[in-house]
Design a protein. Structure first.
Lengths: 85, 152
């Protein structure tokens, strides 16, 4: 499954069975070609999380908190081959 | 009989069916069967269980895939591009914004916009869509869906 952090970054291929959100590392955008540090846009966005956990939610959080719409939202990139019925 | 149709004919049929942006009806001659109509724009539907070429899959719902609406989303005008080699791909991106956690999506179907919509295409995803959470976007980019009729 192909995903990309919506805050920026290149596309990652996540193996089946792996939580796509956990596939991003602590930086969240370490794969981003821009090379900006954690607190530029990812951390700033995460600090607005209503769950009020410290720092970006990927710090010390095994999984993205339920209901979090602020931290590391992903873009799922889907594709398919289909046949005429 | 494999590869039975001349590919020029295959391309022409595909283009008529899935590139046309207006409704048209095919009226066969004597003994050629009943007339049938193609009604764009086509809509992309997401499936939590794949169907077959004779039975519909199980469509995602706004309940198990919040942010998705049953009936799917439009491919826009001229859904698929000019065919080549018996294949064509989607001209426009289709995407949804999730408002909650999604069930796994395994397949897609393409339906027309008739009063009673008709299913025209079905197939499996290259990779299942799993783990979608609130705030995520599920996107089929331009060119990511391929119709393959090269074996006609």
């Amino acid at each position: 499954m192909l995903i990309r952090c919506r805050a920026g970054g290149e596309i990652l291929d996540v193996p089946d069975g792996q939580d796509p959100h956990a596939a991003l590392d602590a930086n969240g955008c370490s794969h981003c070609a821009d090379g900006h540090p954690l607190d530029v846009h990812c951390g700033a966005a995460a600090n607005g999380c209503p769950r009020e956990h410290p720092g970006p939610c990927w710090n010390g959080e095994g999984e993205r908190p339920a209901g979090c719409a602020v931290c590391r939202p992903l873009l799922f990139i889907a594709g398919a081959g289909i046949g005429v019925i | 009989m494999a590869n039975m149709a001349d590919q020029t004919l295959t391309n022409a049929l595909l283009q008529a069916m899935f590139t046309s942006s207006t409704t048209f009806t095919v009226t066969p001659g004597t003994s050629g069967g009943s007339a049938f109509t193609f009604t764009p724009p086509y809509k992309l539907r997401l499936m939590t269980a794949q169907g077959s070429n004779t039975s519909n899959g199980t469509e995602s719902t706004s309940g198990n895939c919040p942010g998705y609406t049953a009936g799917g989303s439009s491919f826009g005008s001229s859904a698929f591009g000019t065919p080549s080699g018996g294949q064509q791909s989607n001209n426009n991106a289709v995407s949804w914004s999730a408002t909650g956690s999604w069930s796994t999506v395994v397949a897609i179907e393409v339906w027309d916009s008739a009063g009673t919509p008709l299913r025209r295409l079905q197939g499996a995803l290259t990779s299942n869509i799993t783990g979608v959470a609130n705030g995520d976007t599920v996107q089929f980019a331009v060119g990511s869906i391929t119709i393959n009729a090269s074996a006609w």
